[in-house]
Design a protein around this ligand. Structure first.
Ligand code: ADP
Ligand code: MG
Length: 357
């Protein structure tokens, strides 16, 4: 079932479009991420859904009901902002109980719910601690407990992890995702971090300048981005300008021709095409084991070996490639050594070039 539906939602600040004709359906129980660079309209769109911002035009409907004239406090949505906005002078329990107090829930029911939520966020002994004496991760959990205290029908999260350091942030991503799945609560989360979106989302909505650039499952978007903007934003990629004559052969910047699958898709790209190949799809060999059309020769110019993964920069005539592997797979790699890089045709994607701003 589709829970939340947006139709042609648009927000103009003076003459600038922060959100530009967004159509979207968020299915029941799923976690959807709004992903995009700073200023692309993620927060504005989330605030329109929350009722904290009025759309210039378009409609937001929830479970079939038009929300246009429903104020934020009657939408029954839970929200966590970037700043968390916890009450620092209150205890953990008081913070979590706050939305219940607003709703005049009976005292003993409030206490029972707070106990239940403290168990859920694994802070059972912290009820009476002031939030000012919690760690960043604990505050994060309290903010989420408060947002879901009154069992909202939709949970809205605006970059809730951005203040945390990298390690804690990755741990919280898993924690929030598992909690969301356990509760089955429909959730929209804003982030500018593609790795975070790929870790947590059922569906990613990639936004560019107020518009939706692509919607899809994380790996579908990673594997089949519709444009250079999306390819570049999601994951590491080798994106090369190529000459394309409409056949299955393209010419690389150095002039060498390679074969690509699915070239038809790019045929209509008016503004030119780019070749996308992900680093993990580039395979490296120290000797020319077979001479296929898609084997390029180059020189290793840099190795980033972080133990668990390894990235090599390969200078080919006219362009550079990044290849990703593991130290175990390529133990003998060294800077300065000649290398052969194979680009399998099925992994070579042609995408529409980014249009000038
Ligand atoms: P994001 O969350 O993706 O970083 P925002 O939704 O905050 O982006 O902002 C989108 C665009 O709208 C930006 O260009 C921003 O400057 C503009 N904007 C946001 N809020 C306001 C406002 N209250 N008044 C004027 N411009 C705004
Ligand atoms: Mg924002």
């Amino acid at each position: 079932m589709t829970h939340l539906t947006l139709q042609a939602v648009t927000k103009r600040f003076h003459t600038a479009y922060a959100v530009d004709h967004v159509d979207l359906a968020v299915p029941d129980g799923k976690l959807v991420c709004f992903l995009g660079p700073s200023g692309c309209g993620k927060t504005t769109l989330l605030r329109i859904i929350a009722g904290l911002e009025t759309a210039t035009s378009g409609t937001v409907a929830f479970a079939g009901r038009d929300l246009t004239n429903v104020p934020a406090n009657q939408r029954d949505f839970g929200m966590v902002f970037q700043s968390l906005a916890l009450f620092p002078h209150m205890t953990v329990a008081q913070n979590i109980a706050y939305p219940l107090r607003l709703r005049r829930v009976a005292k003993n029911a409030q206490a029972a719910r707070v106990t239940e939520l403290l168990e859920l966020i694994q802070l059972p002994h912290m009820a009476d601690r002031p939030v000012s004496r919690l760690s960043g991760g604990q505050r994060q959990r309290v903010a989420i407990a408060r947002a879901i205290a009154s069992s909202p029908k939709l949970l809205l999260l605006d970059e809730p992890l951005s203040a945390l350091d990298a390690k804690l942030r990755e741990a919280m991503q898993v924690e929030i995702r598992l909690l969301q799945q356990r509760l089955g609560i429909t959730t929209i989360m804003v982030t500018h971090d593609q790795r975070e979106a790929m870790t947590m989302a059922d569906e990613i909505v990639v936004m560019e300048k107020g518009r939706i650039a692509q919607i899809g499952k994380p790996l579908d978007i990673y594997r089949n981005p519709v444009s250079e903007f999306v390819a570049d934003f999601i994951g590491l990629g080798n994106i090369l300008p190529v000459t394309f004559d409409g056949t299955d052969r393209i010419a690389l910047p150095g002039g060498q021709q390679i074969v690509v699958d699915g070239a038809q898709r790019a045929r209509d790209a008016a503004g030119g095409v780019r070749l996308l190949i992900r680093p993990e799809d580039v395979s490296m060999r120290s000797a020319m084991t077979h001479s296929g059309p898609n084997v390029l020769s180059g020189t290793v110019t840099f190795i980033r070996d972080v133990g668990a993964s390894l990235e090599a920069t390969i200078d080919c005539a006219g362009f550079t490639l990044t290849a990703a592997t593991t130290p175990r797979e390529t133990p003998a790699l060294q800077v300065g050594m000649p290398i052969f890089a194979e680009l399998p045709p099925h992994a070579c994607k042609l995408i529409a070039a980014r249009t000038a701003p």
